[in-house]
Design a protein around this ligand. Structure first.
Ligand code: PEP
Ligand code: MG
Length: 876
């Protein structure tokens, strides 16, 4: 019979796919003899089956859950619902990849009206018993029955107010008994059924709820952001409860073996005495630093330190752990590789290599390429920062600098960000519902919550600047204001956050680009030594090119020449060229453009200092450059000496129903060879001029003809280019090598790549257009309906962001093979957006491309992703 449940003692750390990360690590800690409360894991396959069976737990799975429950009860000598020795359990989700705070947890399951009495007597601690019961009702109602938790909080606040106290801990047993009654009555009222008293019914309902939570909107959003397939499912861990809220010798906490913000090698964490886990994470009470545990409970502290050490040596990585102390005894509830900032990730990777715990290959594999982004993001302008006064101070939860308008809700943040505003999300504390708002915000500021609060953990993962636990702030949610140190800020006012110091400023402060150093260079040099793929950049200006070179680009894979056409006065000449009615007119306009293009190319060649530079010839449909406003039309008509009406007629005649499949790419050069001639003149003359100034550069221009679908079409344009290039070279009386290649971005070109390679010295895969044309999805419009495809699970990710390896990838692989058959040394690259996407880069490595080309800020990501692809492929 298929096995859907494993007790911790049956599993191990390598069973993450089946048991989820949490389950596998609990099993591994059990195997290592660490103090882990007993329990069992319902597998990810049970979750998949639950969905296959129409969201129901079938008899086999339910039977196995109860068998393992029996076994657990026998092992620990307690029984769910027993009035002699009741067992309480926690029910927690645990997917293969850690998804912090994304899914739901239920604690104290097994409580009911009778059990609470027994526990009160047995522990001689009725306050603890009733506190646990009210928490359970609250969590069960929230997670299983989807009754909002905050509605229960109102009952607590009312009790505190009536009593004139501030903290939950100041409520006594009678208050808590009263709360339990309030909660149950509210439950009955809202749900039309009593709070369930049968613990087995509670258990199955809780397991179902965890399975269900795999499909909640926050989990779906997190999966999309992190490329986690929905088919994985989540496991469910059922574990005997241990209690951190049993009094002053009990407590609970979370800790990292190294500082997750800086990477510093020192135990880092927080705990609260007389509390349950949710109190630490939710930020309801402000926890104490883990070092303080040494004084409060020295023995537990020593034992904990030694376990941390063992775990780090065992997993060869920084660990993030949860623990509980029940009446002086330490229990480990979780360990996982800790989330960390990008700077910390690099420091930890380098330190672990220096400590001899890992190899450089392992170090490269442990950093998520996308994380490097955070190192490359802006900091505050030093001078402006010096002159700014600190408004208040919170915890430096996630580094970076951010400036934006104050916004008090996630929905509002999304709305404003969508209309182009920069926002700072200001919240009392964040919860997983806020995730989309956090994602669009420049920075996040919270009043409550420590370094391990939801806001801190999630912001760090996203690389978003965050200041948390800023207790001086009072938020008025009704009035949409916050007050701090006598100053009031309204919705929409500008503030700035420094996530590296925890400082908050009441003004906008200029930000400057990031600087990278230290561990980054060392780490990236390991990546460079490992990768076989070259990394180039897509850059259209000398400034972007210089930035990319600083980030390690080995050349330019794509200059979109049309991007140079919009600047300043140029657009006038471009428009003149487009609306020209005769060759002579067009040549006159092109003559104006020539020096500008040539100047741009010279500047780029200077910056690139002899590194390869691929110039792509004019590509987009011409109407994109046409004037639309009456003023612009009148101006242009005047410049050209024609009437506005004449010009309007020309504009109308250039209209296309489907411009992306219309008169663009090499088709322009077929109709107007003079455009390709002008661009050739500019490219070749610029190379000659710069070679003269810097003979050591040996510039070999690479000319790229876009949107080719037929070899004769390429040959036609190529002949034009060669003729002009030779003319310019002869005129200058020099020798110059140059290459002519094409983009493979039309399916027909991929199918006939062997023929095309007869004329092309290189191919660059334009996977933006190739995706558009392979799917038949408009690049510009697909966003409108792709969402429905994700919702219906037809596609899981955006094919314009992650290469569709099955379909588009098949064309790429085929074209690479066919191209090489004709021309064995043909150079192959990719310059679509996928060139900066780690999963797509791995694909490019496997297909054997020579290089990927991506935007400057993605160059370091591509370097690391290329190294990881090489390492992974060797391991296979
Ligand atoms: C492409 O199509 O992939 C490409 C790089 O060209 P563009 O995005 O300019 O069409
Ligand atoms: Mg294209």
């Amino acid at each position: 019979m298929e096995k859907f449940v494993y007790k911790f003692a049956e599993g191990n750390g390598s069973m993450r796919e089946l048991l989820g990360g949490k389950g596998a690590n609990l099993a591994e800690m059990t195997r290592l003899g660490m103090p882990v409360p007993n329990g069992f894991t319902v597998t990810t396959e049970a979750c998949t089956r639950y969905y296959e069976d129409g969201e129901r737990i079938n008899e086999t799975i339910e039977g196995q859950i109860f068998d393992y429950l029996n076994d657990l009860e026998e092992t620990v000598g307690k029984k769910l619902g027993s009035l002699d020795n009741p067992l309480l359990v926690s029910v927690r989700s645990g997917a293969r990849a850690s998804m912090p705070g994304m899914m739901d947890t239920i604690l104290n399951l097994g409580m009911n009206d009778e059990v609470v009495e027994v526990i009160a007597k047995k522990t001689n601690n009725p306050r603890f018993a009733y506190d646990s019961y009210r928490r359970f009702i609250q969590m069960f109602a929230d997670v299983v029955m989807e009754l909002n938790k905050s509605r229960f909080e109102q009952f607590i606040d009312r009790r505190k107010e009536a009593k004139g106290v501030k903290l939950d801990t100041e409520l006594d047993v009678d208050d808590l008994k009263g709360l339990v009654e309030d909660f149950k009555t509210f439950y009955q009222h809202e749900l039309n059924q009593p709070f369930p008293q049968d613990p087995k019914e509670q258990l199955i309902a809780a397991v179902k709820a965890v399975f269900r939570s795999w499909e909640n909107p926050r989990a779906i959003f997190y999966r999309k952001m992190n490329d986690i397939p929905s088919s994985w499912g989540t496991a469910v861990n059922v574990q005997m409860m241990v209690f951190g809220n049993m009094g002053e010798t009990s407590g609970t906490g979370v800790a990292f073996t190294r500082n997750p913000a800086t990477g510093e090698k020192a135990l880092f964490g927080e705990f609260l005495m007389n509390a349950q886990g949710e109190d630490v994470v939710a930020g309801v009470r402000t926890p104490q630093s883990i070092d303080h545990l040494k004084e409060v409970m020295p023995q537990c502290y020593d034992q904990f330190v030694s376990i941390c050490d063992k775990l780090e040596h065992h997993y060869h990585d920084m660990q993030d752990m949860e623990f509980t102390i029940e009446e002086g005894k330490l229990y480990m509830l979780q360990t996982r590789n800790g989330k960390r900032t990008a700077a910390a990730a690099l420091k930890i990777a380098c330190d672990l290599v220096d400590e001899g715990l890992i190899t450089t290959d392992q170090a490269l594999m442990m950093v998520d390429p996308k994380q490097l982004d955070a190192l490359l993001h802006p900091q505050f302008d030093a001078q402006e920062l010096k002159n700014a006064t600190v408004l208040t101070h919170g915890l430096a939860a996630s580094p970076g600098a951010a400036t934006g308008e104050v916004c008090f809700t996630a929905e509002e943040a999304i709305k404003r960000a969508n209309s182009g505003h920069k926002v700072i999300l200001v919240r009392l504390e964040t919860s997983p519902e806020d995730i989309e708002g956090m994602h669009v915000a420049q920075g996040i500021l919270t009043v409550r919550g420590g370094m391990t609060s939801h806001a801190a953990v999630v912001a760090r993962g996203m690389g978003t600047c965050c200041v948390s636990g800023c207790g001086d702030i009072t938020i008025n949610e009704e009035a949409l204001t916050f007050t701090v140190n006598g100053q009031t800020f309204n919705d929409g006012d500008y503030i700035s956050l420094d996530g590296s110091t925890g400082n908050v400023y009441g003004i906008a402060i200029k930000t400057v680009p990031a600087t990278i150093s230290g561990d980054f260079q060392r780490f990236m040099s390991w990546a460079d030594a490992r990768r076989t793929l070259q990394v180039r950049t897509n850059a259209d200006t000398p400034k972007d090119a210089a930035q990319a070179v600083q980030f390690g680009a080995q050349g330019i894979g794509l200059i979109r020449t049309e991007h140079m056409f919009f600047e300043g006065e140029r657009i006038k000449a471009v428009r003149e060229m487009i609306v020209s009615k005769s060759l002579a007119q067009r040549q006159k306009a092109l003559a104006k453009l020539l020096p500008m293009q040539q100047g741009d190319f010279e500047a780029i060649y200077e910056v690139m200092q002899g590194l390869p530079v691929t110039v792509r010839y004019l590509d987009p449909p011409l109407h994109e450059f046409l004037p639309t406003s009456s003023y612009d039309i009148d101006q242009l008509a005047k410049d050209m000496g024609i009437t506005s009406n004449e010009l309007r007629n020309v504009i109308t005649s250039l209209h296309e129903f489907n411009p992306m499949m219309g008169h663009r790419g090499c088709r322009l050069a077929v109709t107007y060879p003079e455009i390709a001639q002008m661009q050739t003149e500019a490219v070749i003359q610029a190379a000659i001029n710069v070679n003269k100034r810097h003979p050591e550069y040996h510039i070999v221009p690479e000319i790229m003809i876009p949107l080719v679908g037929e070899v004769n079409e390429l040959k036609f344009v190529k002949d034009v280019v060669v003729k002009k290039a030779e003319e310019v070279i002869a005129r200058n009386n020099v020798t110059l090598d140059y290459k002519i290649g094409t983009m493979i971005e039309i399916p027909r070109a991929a199918l006939l790549a062997d023929e095309i390679a007869q004329e092309a010295e290189f191919f660059s895969f334009g996977t933006n257009d190739l995706t558009q044309m392979t799917f038949g999805f408009s690049r510009d419009d697909a966003g409108n309906f792709l969402k429905d495809y994700y919702d219906r699970k037809i596609y899981e990710s955006d094919p314009f962001a992650h290469l569709d390896q099955k379909g588009v990838g098949k064309l790429v692989a085929m074209a690479a093979k066919l191209g090489r058959e004709t021309r064995p040394n043909i150079k192959l690259g990719i310059c679509g957006e996928h060139g900066g996407d780690p999963a797509s880069i791995e694909f490019c490595h496997k297909v054997g491309l020579n290089y990927v080309s991506c935007s400057p800020y993605r160059v370091p990501i591509a370097r690391l992703a290329a190294a990881q692809a090489a390492i992974k492929n060797e391991m296979k």
